[in-house]
Ligand binder design. Structure first.
Ligand SMILES: [Ca+2]
Length: 415
């Protein structure tokens, strides 16, 4: 059985392992912990709230997402196609049976996100996003599968959405899913790394397919009657917004119900977007980034008729999971948006007012490695899904941020 809540010393060994195996660039300002360094993890500074990091689970393989059942058990997806459950603080070594087969788990696909139905306590329905193979030509696309979790295994397993975005490549599945407060299911679909130099001919600019879109569905996969493209020629009725690149984060604002999305930019230009129905988010016609080889993609970062991001990261941090904090453990963080940075190895804390980002802070830069997801637990703590050695057999961790008693500060200038 996998032990939990390891002593600090064990965690430092883990951190050294992370620091020596990551291949992505660490921010110049970040100093990974060294052997015997007991101060790095002792206290993490934030403008609003100092905190510590505690390991919750270890020896997971490429974990991707978390959710909690009403009884407090925690579910974790692992990208090779395993759904794990943590009961009473221990990860069950036997994965939950009934998970569908996945596509491209060695690339950016595999088993990705996990969401419980808003009425899970009554219907036990959960949703998984994953790469899905098409046997006729060995290509793959993003799919969403719904199943009932009977406490032991998945039953009544049914694929409720298959993106019309087929491609053999490994990359850019998107794959985040979230319910809004009205019971609609939002799904992010990546552009499958089509050539950005196609510009207006890029499939993300063509709502007759699902490349680079966010879709909105009923809980059984049906198309809502008020979706923006429904009944409009040959556009696909599932689409809520288009012109996205590789959206790997989605979160619904707890007060306004607005749906926010993050997406990976190219080299530079990760974006935070407020998703509005029927809007074009511009990729690759407008961007704040350039090609990976440094050549320009476009001269324009904004254009009439295309939605501009509400926040950009240049250089990129590789934005992934995100969550609005609503708990009581960190009173000064209430309402803030937390965005995980994978390649950037950091956690962004954003304050949003009236649809605008009014301040930002970088937390944990280079401290815990690649952060795949951030979620709020039922205990009000923030949990991070760590992934390092992308695609390698190295184990990964789930950690929890805990406030340091007596270190709560009031608002300061500039916040
Ligand atoms: Ca954009």
């Amino acid at each position: 059985m996998i032990r939990l809540i390891r002593p600090a010393a064990r965690f430092l060994v883990a951190l050294v392992a992370i620091a020596t195996t990551v291949t992505c660039a660490t921010p110049a300002s970040a100093q990974p912990p060294a052997v015997g360094d007991t101060t790095t993890m002792k206290l993490q500074r934030s403008a609003r709230q100092d905190f510590r990091v505690t390991v919750v689970a270890e020896s997971l393989f490429s974990p991707s997402a978390l959710a909690w059942l009403p009884n407090g058990d925690m579910l974790v997806t692992e990208r090779p196609g395993r759904l794990r459950v943590m009961r009473g603080g221990v990860v069950d070594p036997t994965p939950i049976a009934g998970v569908p087969g996945v596509f491209r788990d060695q690339g950016q696909g595999g088993l990705l996100d996990l969401a419980l139905h808003p009425d899970f306590a009554r219907n036990q329905l959960l949703y998984l996003s994953h790469g899905r193979r098409r046997d006729s030509d060995s290509s793959g696309a993003l799919a969403v599968t719904r199943a009932r979790f009977d406490g032991g295994r998945l039953v009544d397993v049914r694929e409720i959405f298959t993106a019309n975005a087929w491609q053999r490549r490994n990359n850019h599945f998107g794959g985040r899913i979230a319910f809004d407060g009205k019971g609609f299911l939002f799904v992010t679909v990546g552009d499958r790394i089509y050539d950005p130099n196609l510009q207006a001919a890029h499939p993300s600019q063509d709502p007759r397919q699902h490349f680079g879109t966010v879709v909105r569905l009923h809980d059984d996969g049906r198309v809502p009657s008020d979706n923006p493209f429904r009944g409009r020629g040959d556009t696909l009725p599932e689409i809520w917004s288009f012109g996205h690149r590789n959206p790997q984060g989605i979160a619904v604002h707890p007060a306004t119900g607005d749906v926010w999305e993050t997406e990976h930019g190219p080299r530079g230009g990760d974006e935070l977007n407020l998703l509005l129905p029927g809007r074009n988010y511009g990729w690759p016609v407008v961007s704040w980034g350039v090609n990976y080889n440094g050549t320009p993609i476009t001269a324009d970062s904004r254009r009439a008729g295309m939605e501009s991001p509400r926040f950009t990261w240049v250089p990129s941090i590789a934005t992934t999971g995100m969550t609005f904090y609503t708990g009581d453990r960190f009173p000064w963080w209430k309402g803030n948006l937390f965005v995980a940075g994978l390649g950037g190895e950091q956690l962004a804390r954003l304050t949003i007012e009236d649809g605008r980002v009014v301040s930002s802070e970088t937390l944990l830069a280079g401290v815990v490695g690649r952060i795949r997801d951030v979620r709020q637990g039922p205990d009000g703590f923030l949990y991070l899904v760590l992934e390092h050695g992308f695609g390698s057999p190295k184990p990964s961790w789930i950690v929890r941020l805990e406030p340091v008693e007596g270190e709560v500060k009031g608002p300061i200038g500039g916040e």
